[in-house]
Design a protein around this ligand. Structure first.
Ligand code: ZN
Length: 137
């Protein structure tokens, strides 16, 4: 795993939801990337995110890496002005039995509460995902 992703997941496991903010153009990356996707600058700094997000679309599909595991991919928007795509946890895509909830939110598409959490892909590597839940936000 890349050092920047390792640091990112360590922060998440400690309850810190951080994005990487480009020092040049202020574009925020979540999950982090080595270079700014807007201007290509390599200098960035960790900033805390608001812990609010909204699912703006969902699509069912298959991963080229795990063709036997269909899943639903959710596009998530956060108030800081960036989007990211993560698997939507459901019965078709299994993660560890007890994933850690790290970020609760309200899903305005389906009108239910949800949570962002650290799960595992079918190969056992950590990854962030979202799921609907009964938690109060
Ligand atoms: Zn930039």
């Amino acid at each position: 795993m890349e050092p920047i992703l390792y640091e990112f997941y360590q922060h998440m496991k400690n309850g810190k939801i951080l994005g990487l903010c480009c020092k040049k153009c202020k574009t925020i990356a979540f999950p982090p990337r080595g270079l700014c996707r807007h201007c290509g600058n390599a200098e960035s700094e960790w900033i805390p995110l608001s812990k609010k997000c909204n699912i703006v679309s969902v699509a069912a599909g298959y991963s080229a890496f795990f063709p036997s595991s269909p899943f639903i991919l959710a596009t998530v928007e956060i108030p800081e002005g960036t989007y990211f795509a993560v698997p939507l946890y459901d019965e078709f895509f299994s993660f560890s039995d007890n994933p850690d909830c790290i970020w609760e939110y309200y899903d305005s598409v389906v009108g239910k509460n949800g949570e962002l959490f650290i799960g595992q892909n079918p190969a056992g590597a950590p990854m962030i995902a979202v799921r609907l839940c009964t938690c109060q936000v």
